[in-house]
Write a new protein. Structure first.
Length: 226
């Protein structure tokens, strides 16, 4: 297998890299318990991705993540931050994980700005049950004309994490009480978003990786429909 740095696609997990960390106790390697825990989670994801033979991109530099956080004014949830830095910054077909640079792929307005990620998020677990009235029930003043003027977008306070297809994206809530949770939306404005029950990106993604390893099709990861 060729070096992933040459092609920027399929990672060679047989070579030494940042994907596999030492598993020694904190007092042996000078790391805190939380750092060890984060590395163990990254190891687990990397192993499952290797077994599923998913095509992923090289991780992002921590400085690039910090720059995005500075520009947006919002810290990326720790589990997703660790994934971007230690496992993968997006994927290549058929894996449709979105690199951080394409965070605004789920936005509908022209020329989204990073500071929009810090705006209040109107997506909630209740939205799906509200049906086509979900936008009207967000209580955002004058939302229709503001959207037409590119002053507002239903995706304020979110970032894209994976492309489903046909205009649909999996996105992450970045502000408010549901921060860190994943939802799907995008094919039609009035179709309400669906917020997944998993409390975090890590829980959400691991469930899909386990499904892939169990032989179930997970279209945005492996391209399979059935």
């Amino acid at each position: 297998m060729s070096d992933a740095r040459e092609h920027g696609t399929l990672i060679d997990f047989c070579k030494p890299s940042r994907y596999f960390f030492c598993s020694c106790k904190p007092h042996f390697c000078g790391l805190s318990g939380s750092q060890i825990s984060a590395m163990n989670i990254a190891n687990r994801f990397a192993e499952k991705i290797r077994r599923a033979r998913l095509r992923i991109r090289q991780p992002i530099e921590e400085s690039e993540v910090a720059q995005f956080e500075s520009e947006s004014g919002v810290l990326i949830p720790a589990d997703y931050r660790d994934f971007l830095i230690n496992v993968a910054n997006g994927g290549t077909e058929p894996c449709r994980l979105v690199p951080l640079a394409k965070w605004c792929s789920c936005y509908w307005i022209d020329d989204p700005k990073p500071n929009m990620v810090a705006e209040p998020c109107v997506v909630t677990p209740d939205a799906y049950d509200q049906g086509e009235d979900w936008l009207a029930k967000t209580n955002v003043p004058d939302w229709e004309s503001r959207w037409d003027r590119n002053d507002w977008d239903p995706m304020f306070g979110t970032i894209a994490i994976a492309e489903i297809g046909c205009g649909l994206f999996f996105s992450m809530i970045m502000t408010g009480p549901c921060r860190g949770r994943i939802f799907s939306w995008g094919d039609h404005a009035l179709h309400p978003p669906y917020v997944y029950p998993e409390p975090s990106f890590a829980d959400w993604l691991e469930k899909r990786l386990d499904a892939t390893l169990a032989g179930e099709p997970v279209h945005f990861l492996d391209g399979r429909i059935r």
